[in-house]
Write a protein that binds this ligand. Sequence first.
Ligand code: FAQ
Length: 328
Amino acid sequence: MYGGGNTFEGIASDSLATEDPEKLAAFEARIARGEKIEPADWMPQLYRKQLIRMIEQHAHSEIIGALPEGTWITRAPGFKRKLALMAKVQDEVGHAQLLYSAAETLGKTREQMIQDLISGKSKYSNIFNYPAFTWADACFISWLVDAGAIVNQLANVKGSYGPYCRALDRICAEESFHLKYGHHCVIYLAAGTPKQREMFQEAINRWWAPMMHFFGPADKISAHTQVLMNWKVKMATNDDTRNQFLDMYVPKIWELGFTIPDPALRKNTETGRWEYTEPDWEEFKRVINGDGPCNKERLEVRRVAETRGRWVREALRSATMKYVEPLV
Ligand code: FAQ
């Protein structure tokens, strides 16, 4: 089992033995019937902890995920691309807002979540710890990272925790626009000059390994999949979502005449599954535990935002602040 080196061991070994067996059975029966669990409903501590962990990491991924693309807003080629990218980045930050609110319903405050992010205690998606060197890297994120996120989220939208599923529902709708935008950017490069095609090929070469890691460790070493699937928080395993992504997007990449830097990549027509070189899980582990190419830079941006934005939050919370009726 993959340990991740921090909070996870504690959560995984958490025992259900102290839970009231009748309440636990009723809770599991509700989940089996496909009912949604709402914040005021009884739930086992382990379900609560797992949800907080996963939703919080998802929220952090959205705000950190805004950074590599965000640096391209001023350099995006042309006014329309700048406008579209600005709207997309703003959407990602909005997704974080929805997700932090969903996690707050489980009892962890937003302040604590942000503290845990900037102190390095909480995780966020591995993929945003890599640099977006070129415009083609930004296009890769908008098309293929968004595509990966949609595959995962469309599965989990049917999950058991009401507030998370409702947040995902709205997020998926917005992500589908991002996907179209990203695809359009890539088609433009693919139909462009040899240099533009070369730029996108280089982006694929750089991002393929982090993209394979994005769906999480292989099922055989994943720590949380089983418990999350039992309680319908996760509706597909890591290998299943990775396979679904490959099924949907590898043919599209190949159709555009690009190559993928994995000589073993092929669909096994008998099993219907994709075969690929086993991703380097040691690199994945290093990156998600703080030692990737951009981890320090990403967290520093959040630290600065937290410090500089403090006065705004304090002003909003201030008891002296009153609503003033508009003069109309
Ligand atoms: N990165 O046992 P599992 C986006 C950790 S949103 C970092 O398999 P689980 C939008 C995991 O936390 C992208 N850490 O864990 C966008 C655990 O560590 P812990 C985010 C990872 O929870 C697009 C350990 O490894 N999406 O991109 C990763 O069952 C473009 C063991 O792993 C979500 O968060 C990873 N990739 O499955 C924004 C969706 N994978 O906590 C801007 C919701 C695993 O024990 C631009 N989350 N770990 O210390 C999920 O579906 C799941 O949490 C998984 C991982 C599938 C990510």
